[in-house]
Design a protein. Structure first.
Length: 569
């Protein structure tokens, strides 16, 4: 290693599994490349490693290299969040030098990217990765970090073991990171932001349903007999080939006396693919959460993961609504049930049923607000960039009612809302939702807003991608972008005249179709009937997200979609 620690500290580091200390200093550029990898979104397939004791260079599968370095550098007893932070740092350090050759050559003249010792990272093939190492690498494999938009070198040192208040020279400190995770409950994302400063947490292919590293959307449709089908809107060749016949299979049935209360897409079993979750209430007052797991080419038949009948206390299912997100940062998306209790002392409860990968645990109240929020709308997303989903509330803003000057009673009907307050209830490390605070106010009422969640700015904080109704009934698009200081900005993008949108005739969905880490927008547009009156289906328009707004163009038409019954997720 370039910079040795004093012997006592080094001994402690070895005992706890933190051995090498990559310096993180800038590279010395060579005149040509070695591995020559260019992408900063897709990891290298191999890396060239100089084996110092053998005095020769070997080509190693890149993922195997990262897993072996984790076994050599990071003790498996570290908290999972610290191991995930370490796995990302190990991967990006080596990835950086697979792109930027420093001119290293072995005695035979073969070039290499990294050494196998503490000068870079310890790579000892005799060290078998533990399950904790493999899990940490798998959990962070799609991720990279950016600083000021640039892919950077992720150095790390051993540290002292105390979670400090600031970064130390822009390096991750291994033992300090373990303390941050263990004592403060910080996630990998929080740890890396702590030590590397203002960074972007880039996850290409977000909202993937097939496992190909690019985002997808599901179209879920209910027939008149209650059968539910789902198809993928995807660019994955394997999924497209499996769907080439256009045939659909019933995946669920909603009985005639039951009611669908909500449907969302989220990865509830932690396999990296988004699944479909439905909240259904029966005539007997029992609510169930039904899950259709993503298979890679479609979805499996629905199974019940939770029932209000199994709750330990009486469970009122009246007026439930559903959102989903990973509220506890365990890589399993959880179900949040919104319940409004009207009356003289109204309240709105947020109950979260956490996923264990195969079912949802009993729902516990995480937030109770002493007001009736039945006219508000709810979404879930990681707006703070800490790896935990937060609750986003779109609340109507109504003008103040001024009592008549003559003392007569005020109007019985309250004035219509004139705007929307975008509020966020932040999820804490203590598994509680904080009281909602206003991040943004917009001069558009909630019923004139259609909003979906996604990271449009590629900074690791979820934003709202929005369609807003205009006075003439048309729609414009906007991004309500989350920031680090608990606010949102509103950036509006007028729709091109050659691709007009009618607000009442569009539905939205999000996915990173381009694989660049920026969530894109799909707009499903209702087509008018043909001249003979037959339905023409739905047109799908792509709005690829760029740093300057949206790149817009039509994509395809799906004549099989019934506008009256389908949901894009």
């Amino acid at each position: 290693m370039k910079h040795r620690l004093i012997r006592a500290v080094a001994a402690m580091a070895i005992a706890l599994g933190a051995f090498a200390v990559p310096s993180g200093t800038g590279p010395t550029f060579a005149g040509s490349t070695c591995t020559g990898w260019t992408s900063t979104l897709v990891p290298p397939t191999t890396i060239r490693v100089y084996r110092s004791t053998l005095r020769r260079t070997v080509k190693v599968p890149f993922r195997s290299y990262v897993e072996t370095v984790m076994a050599s550098e990071w003790g498996p007893s570290n908290p999972p969040a610290a191991l995930q932070a370490g796995a990302l740092a190990v991967k990006q350090y080596a990835w950086y030098y697979a792109r930027v050759w420093r001119g290293g050559k072995d005695p035979a003249g073969a070039c290499y990217d990294v050494r196998d010792n503490g000068f870079d990272q310890v790579y000892n093939p005799s060290k078998a990765p533990a399950p904790a190492h493999l899990a940490a690498v798998a959990a962070t494999w799609p991720l990279t970090l950016r600083r000021s938009g640039s892919f950077f070198l992720t150095g790390y040192w051993s540290g002292s073991g105390a979670c400090g208040t600031a970064a130390w020279n822009g390096r991750l400190l291994q033992h300090d990171a373990a303390d941050c995770a263990h004592r403060l409950g910080e996630t990998a994302e929080q740890i890396l932001r702590r030590f590397y400063g203002t960074i972007d947490w880039v996850w290409p292919g977000i909202n993937d349903m097939t496992g190909d590293g690019r985002g997808d959307v599901a179209t879920v449709q209910s027939a008149t007999d209650g059968t539910v089908t789902a198809r993928l809107v995807t660019t994955d060749p394997a999924a497209l080939a499996a769907d080439s016949t256009g045939a659909t299979t019933a995946l669920d049935v909603i009985p005639p006396d039951a009611k669908l209360l909500g449907r969302v897409a989220a990865d509830v079993n932690g396999d990296g693919r988004r699944d479909i979750v439905s909240l259904v209430a029966g005539a007997d007052g029992v609510a169930v959460l039904r899950v259709m797991l993503a298979t890679g080419t479609g979805f499996a038949p629905a199974a019940t993961w939770w029932s209000s009948a199994g709750e330990p206390q009486p469970f009122d299912t009246t007026g439930l609504r559903l959102v989903a997100g990973d509220f506890n940062a365990d890589r399993f998306a959880d179900a949040a049930l919104i319940r409004v209790v009207p009356g003289d002392t109204p309240r709105t409860d947020v109950l979260v049923a956490t996923s264990n990968g195969s079912s949802f645990d009993p729902a516990g109240v995480m937030l109770s607000m002493p007001e009736d929020l039945s006219t508000s709308r709810f979404l879930a997303g990681d707006t703070t960039g800490d790896g935990r989903a937060d609750l986003v509330i779109l609340r109507p803003i109504s003008p103040d009612v001024v009592p008549p000057a003559d003392g007569s009673p005020p109007p019985a009907t309250p004035p219509a809302p004139t705007g929307t307050a975008v509020q966020v209830a932040v999820m804490s490390a203590g598994a509680t939702l904080g009281a909602p605070t206003t991040w943004l106010q917009v001069p558009v009422p909630p019923d004139a807003i259609k909003a979906v969640v996604g990271d449009a700015t590629r900074d690791g904080r979820d934003d709202l991608l929005v369609a807003e109704r205009q006075p003439d009934g048309s729609a414009i698009l906007a991004v309500y972008g989350s920031s680090a200081n608990a606010t949102m900005s509103r950036d509006v993008y007028p729709v091109s005249p050659d691709l007009p949108l009618a607000f009442d005739d569009i539905r939205l969905a999000t996915a990173d179709f381009t694989g660049d880490g920026m969530t894109d927008l799909l707009v499903f547009r209702k087509l008018p009937p043909a001249a003979d009156g037959t339905a023409q289906g739905v047109e799908i328009q792509r709005y690829w997200t760029t740093s300057n707004g949206f790149s817009r163009f039509p994509w395809r038409t799906d004549p099989t979609l019934d506008w009256a019954t389908f949901d894009p997720l």
